[in-house]
Design a protein around this ligand. Structure first.
Ligand SMILES: *Cc1c(COP(=O)(O)O)cnc(C)c1O
Length: 464
């Protein structure tokens, strides 16, 4: 399988090269040259596979430069850190299927991708006898999942910036209590945007970047998307049957468009019709639901909500979908992205029919979220986090007779305890992994939001 850029500016590369490149060097995003289509008989045969066996089958359709035994081993180790062998258990609540993606070490679905990516990096660095210094800024969830993905790995150091006092207590503890010697937490006196700007400017210094083997762990790495395709396939296999025309809809709480794009890939990978529609659910940061409903892809102001991991306007993975929307013509994709960079908007009204063949969208207000958490708890005794509730709100509005809906539960409710407790009117029983955080020793540097100070710190602590 070869990989190309959405902007057409690179020669085709292998999976391994795509993982190490992250962002394509022409500024585009990497995609497989063609998405394979699985036949019905193969799909049948996958029915009884365990999660990790299925992961191998799915991933090996996209990876041909890692030997089978090695890839199986990487997958096994990536999901051995989850608290259940099922990895992504399905529960049935009030006519909905809820797929719990929060059983990894940091209790959010990003673990599914980042446990895998960390192990892939480790394997490739070993093979290439190289090292990597990962630098990233986080507003909460990604940072902790990234740290847990690479903690203790010999050839990797990780430096994660978070805004001091502006991430939740649980998120802060999850990051700073990882005291492995390769993990460097930096709290900056400033905002997430300050952190992001510092990271960007350090990456833009190409000499520094090369000399220090800088790597990124943001949501555009193809390996992350690929790891997420697996649970769509897993859910499809377990939910759809002859009673429901062998099909299923998915409700996906969406921010950067990474998760739902994995659903789009799964839809094209599986036999025609196996996945019917992807319900794209946003909070009040609704650029993507406007895109689906009106063809209006125009930036708004970022608003803070109870589902902070979806407080995003410029969705970093949207370009991947745009590439398919524009008939896989990189020149058009490049042009559209340049126009978006210049004007902050794209008019996709002419593509509405095409978009709506794959997606239905809905935006949830803060009130919708609280009401959904409260009513699902009252009626079914099931407690969900605010991100999941955005998706469930959307799902309940679009119930289609005879078509099951799978709602992706992206975070454990205990991670966003305050909002949830307020909605259900009682205290939450927190999982042991959160309770134990408060007594653990933590380690963190505090710095000004000053690029030079952070660059010097990185230099002094980088692995060579
Ligand atoms: C990151 C995140 C999302 C959004 O996923 P995208 O891939 O960015 O669309 C939803 N819920 C939670 C809990 C997250 O951490």
């Amino acid at each position: 399988m070869q990989y190309i850029s959405t902007r057409g500016g690179i020669d085709p590369i292998s999976f391994t090269e795509a993982v190490m490149m992250g962002l394509a060097t022409d500024g585009g995003l990497l995609l497989p040259r063609a998405i394979p289509r699985i036949g019905a008989s193969t799909y049948e045969k996958w029915q009884n596979l365990s999660y990790t066996e299925l992961a191998f089958e799915v991933m090996s359709r996209f990876i041909d430069d890692i030997p089978e035994a090695e890839l199986r081993n990487i997958i096994e180790r990536s999901y051995a850190t989850f608290d259940t062998e099922e990895v992504a258990p399905l529960v049935h609540q009030g006519g909905l299927h809820i797929m719990e993606l929060f059983h990894g070490p940091t209790l959010a679905f990003k673990d599914i991708a980042l446990q895998f990516l960390g192990n892939i990096f480790e394997y490739l660095l070993e093979k290439q006898d190289s090292v990597m210094n990962i630098l990233g800024a986080t507003s909460g969830d990604t940072g902790s999942a990234a740290i847990y993905g690479v903690r203790g790995k010999e050839r990797i150091n990780i430096f994660i910036l978070h805004p001091q006092g502006r991430v939740s207590a649980v998120q802060e503890k999850q990051m700073t209590t990882v005291t492995d010697s390769n993990v460097f937490n930096i709290a900056i006196r400033g905002t997430f945007d300050d952190g992001q700007a510092i990271v960007k400017s350090i990456f833009n210094d190409l000499d520094f970047k090369d000399n220090h083997h800088l790597g990124a762990i943001n949501s555009i790495n193809w390996a992350r998307i690929l790891a997420q395709v697996v649970y769509y396939v897993y859910a499809s296999l377990h939910i759809s049957n002859h009673e429901n025309d062998n099909t299923v809809n998915f409700a996906v709480p969406t921010g950067n468009f990474g998760d739902i794009f994995a659903g789009f890939i799964a839809k094209r990978l599986l036999p025609e019709g196996s996945i019917r529609t992807l319900l794209l659910a946003t909070n009040s940061n609704d650029i993507l639901s406007r895109m689906v409903n009106d063809g209006d892809y125009s930036l708004g102001e970022v608003a803070a909500t109870s589902s902070p991991s979806m407080d995003i306007q410029s969705a970093s993975n949207f370009e991947r979908y745009l590439y398919y929307l524009l008939d896989e013509e990189p020149n058009r994709c490049k042009q559209a992205m340049e126009q978006f960079a210049d004007t902050g908007k794209l008019d996709l009204a002419d593509f509405k029919d095409q978009i709506q063949r794959n997606f239905i969208a809905e935006a949830a207000t803060e009130e919708d979220v609280v009401k959904t958490i409260a009513s699902v708890y009252k009626d079914h005794g099931y407690i969900m986090d605010p991100h999941t509730a955005v998706g469930v709100h959307c799902a309940l509005k679009h119930v289609e007779k005879g078509v099951p809906i799978c709602c992706l539960a992206t975070a454990h409710p205990g991670k966003f305890g305050n909002v949830v407790e307020e909605a259900i009117g009682k205290d939450l029983e927190l999982p042991e992994s959160i309770k134990s955080l408060m007594d653990k020793q933590s380690r963190c540097e505090l710095m000004d939001a000053d690029k030079n100070q952070i660059r010097d710190f990185l230099s002094a602590n980088a692995i060579h």
